[in-house]
Design a protein around this ligand. Structure first.
Ligand SMILES: C[S@@+](CC[C@H](N)C(=O)[O-])C[C@H]1O[C@@H](n2cnc3c(N)ncnc32)[C@H](O)[C@@H]1O
Length: 212
């Protein structure tokens, strides 16, 4: 499994991903800041220091992927990127959106599409627990600072992923506008873009909740 971790410093998510993969995968982290010492020491871990919004840094990230896995295809894109919040919600929302959109553009370019899960029906005719969208693999998780642009960004995500869920983990302060979009079942760049922009996703495919 190839994982890209955007906004990786000091390295908690890299360590968490590494402990799940147990050395059997590849993790490439990117951050403006350095990682804590020792975090990138594992064989399957590489780190690129720089601004992810800079095309040269993204080129270095691609080189790192090629170097490690022989390909630039990725199974999971994580983004915990967030600029220092200023307390001005409009400014913080705009900064977050820029990072989220860049992370989504990278994910769309590098993830492999997942075919819709096949319906598994038992002899009684009832679908099994594995049936349908519930079994779709999570492929993109992005931190997002909610603002008036959130709904438009969620719609953008829903163009590319069969399932989009807003998650606010217990570790995130209740009064903070931060949360995560968890996206599963990448449709593929081409098929997503040929679908009509107006076409609403089927209701049971789009799980979301109130943002604030
Ligand atoms: C909440 S911290 C990430 C914590 C990290 N996930 C961990 O587990 O240790 C957010 C990170 O996003 C990084 N960041 C913000 N803007 C960035 C950008 N344009 N390019 C790369 N990293 C960025 C910050 O430097 C900061 O380290």
């Amino acid at each position: 499994m190839v994982v890209v971790d955007l906004g990786a410093a000091p390295g908690g998510w890299i360590q968490a991903a590494d402990s799940v993969l147990r050395g059997s995968g590849t993790i490439v982290g990117v951050d403006l800041l350095k990682l804590q010492q020792g975090v990138a020491d594992g064989e399957g871990v590489q780190f690129v220091q720089g601004n992810f919004l800079d095309p040269k840094v993204q080129a270095r990230l691609k080189e790192a992927l090629l170097d490690m896995s022989g390909d630039t295809k990725v199974d999971l894109v994580l983004s915990d990127m967030m600029a220092n919040t200023s307390g001005n919600n409009t400014r913080d929302g705009a900064l977050s959106l820029e990072l989220c959109e860049a992370a989504l553009a990278f994910a769309v370019q590098h993830l492999s599409p997942i075919r819709r899960a096949t319906k598994v029906v038992t002899p009684s005719g009832r679908p099994t627990a594995a049936e349908g969208s519930k079994s779709l693999p999570i492929q993109f998780i992005v931190k997002h600072f909610a603002s008036e642009s959130t709904e438009a960004f969620r719609k953008d995500l829903a163009r590319y992923f069969r399932q989009v869920k807003w998650v606010k983990p217990p570790s995130s302060r209740k009064d903070s506008r931060e949360g995560f979009f968890v996206c599963a079942g990448f449709k593929g760049k081409q098929s997503a873009e040929t679908e009509s922009a107006e076409q609403a996703p089927a209701q049971d495919d789009l799980e979301s909740s109130v943002f604030f």
